[in-house]
Design a protein around this ligand. Structure first.
Ligand code: CU
Length: 446
């Protein structure tokens, strides 16, 4: 984003003050906010405000751009600048200016670039957060578009390696895990959390770099602990870019570096062991959304002082929808605020069309999981939850209850060669439908 003949004075990012910094353009990633002062220092006139798309919106794909008009006082309303902007190329900021927050550029690359990590916070340092040598919790979260056999994209019989170039659908994942949301909000229904659905890199018993893994990606941190996240963009598939957003907390951006076209967490760990990973210990900028240069890393630090369950995710909608996120549990449930008494829970609302079977027979109520509101242990299960069940092997009964589950790769559970010849989801839906049909017949007969 830029304004013709004007500079942008950046004074805050994501709501946190930074030392005012004058630039010629700024990149605004999904989820980011920038506070900018534009000074009316030019001759009275009419000037273009220019917005130019990057990545899927650049000139390789859609060439998306937009303009608006900045008119000074004294200019007739509705006046446009004399020259027009007719293309994506013309919507660019002047090449020789200073450009803030550039795409896939790390600190120190060139004088014309300034990354978000190089901004200076105006808020006093919490010495513990950035000066503590070792954080209480450290997580490496590495991501990429993985060439994995995601059966939600390709189907179990069409391995991604057999798909023609240009038609392959790669899966954006964190540590090779696709996150699926819990069936109910943990904050208001902590009692409904399925321990068995939770996972993270260290709990996985299969090789998720080979098999597709999905589950509720979950990290635990102690209340008031210092947390360090090292976000790694492995950078093998595409020169993509992912802005990561944390709910419930803001973090200090203490490090950012690009190591090459691609990288791996172990490379950064080795560098860190040799003191080659630098962390900014003074006035590191505070943000809640930040990006990572492709083939590099960004380091975040924060004090986990807000008890609850907080989502941390790529802010590109398609990516988060297919699992590029995770939940950070801060503190224990007893340290969290309780929801008000009688606060609505999943399943409290029963659509009118579904009420009739419940009135017919007590038996129906216990058999149709959709309407099973009398069971306090679980919310009723929707069609969506039936789909999710394919993650597990023979773990779900007709109530949608989980039994003796072990997480296995989806590919495994969907394999047609299994003894029962179909996935557990099919078995569940057909058996419950069959019973419901019998009851319906009985009801009509009565
Ligand atoms: Cu993303």
């Amino acid at each position: 984003m830029s304004v013709e003949n004007h500079t942008l004075e950046i004074i805050a990012s994501d709501g946190f003050d930074v030392k005012p910094t004058t630039v010629d353009s700024v990149v605004v990633y999904a989820g980011e906010r920038w506070d900018i002062i534009i000074r009316g220092s030019q001759p009275i006139g009419s000037y273009w405000i220019k917005f130019r798309g990057l990545m899927d919106c650049d000139d390789r794909f859609t060439s998306a751009y937009q303009v608006a008009v900045l008119n000074y006082d004294g200019i007739e309303p509705g006046t446009y600048p004399e020259h027009s902007i007719k293309s994506w190329k013309e919507s660019a900021a002047p090449e020789n200016g200073l450009h803030l927050n550039p795409l896939n550029i790390a600190p120190g690359t060139a004088k014309k670039y300034m990354t978000a990590a190089e901004l200076t916070s105006l808020k006093d340092d919490d010495p513990e957060i950035i000066q503590k040598e070792k954080a209480d919790h450290q997580f490496y979260l590495a991501y990429d578009f993985n060439p994995i056999d995601n059966i939600r994209f390709h189907g179990p019989h069409i391995p991604i390696r057999t798909v023609r170039k240009g038609f392959k659908l790669y899966t954006p994942q964190l540590n090779f895990i696709s996150h699926v949301m819990p069936l109910s909000p943990p904050m208001t229904q902590p009692e409904s959390i399925h321990e068995i659905r939770k996972c993270n890199e260290s709990s996985m018993k299969v090789n998720c770099t080979v098999d597709y893994c999905e589950c509720t990606h979950w990290l635990n941190v102690k209340l008031n602990s210092i947390v360090e996240i090292i976000l790694v963009d492995r950078g093998y598939t595409f020169d993509a870019n992912h802005p990561f957003h944390l709910h419930g907390h803001a973090f200090r951006v203490v490090g950012m570096e690009r190591l090459g076209k691609s990288t791996e967490p172990w490379i950064i760990q080795e560098r860190d062991a040799k003191q080659s990973v630098l962390r900014k210990r003074v006035n590191a900028p505070i943000k809640d959304t930040v990006t990572v240069p492709d083939g590099g890393y960004t380091i975040l630090r924060f004090r986990a002082d807000n008890p609850g369950y907080w989502f941390f995710h790529c802010h590109i909608t398609f990516h988060v929808e297919v699992g590029m996120g995770l939940i950070i549990q801060v503190g224990e449930p007893e340290q969290m605020l309780k929801s008000p008494e009688h606060f609505p829970k999943c399943g409290n609302y029963i659509p009118p069309a579904r009420i009739n079977p419940i009135q017919v027979s007590e038996n129906v109520q216990t058999i149709i999981p959709y309407n099973n509101i009398s069971t306090p242990r679980q919310p009723p299960y929707s069609i969506l939850s039936s789909t999710t069940m394919t993650t597990y092997d023979n773990t779900v009964d007709v109530d949608g209850d989980l039994k003796n589950a072990t997480i296995i790769p989806l590919k495994e559970s969907a394999r047609p060669s299994r003894a029962h010849g179909r996935s557990s989801t099919c078995a569940i839906s057909s058996s419950s439908n069959f019973i419901a049909m019998i009851l319906l017949v009985v009801y009509i007969a009565l």
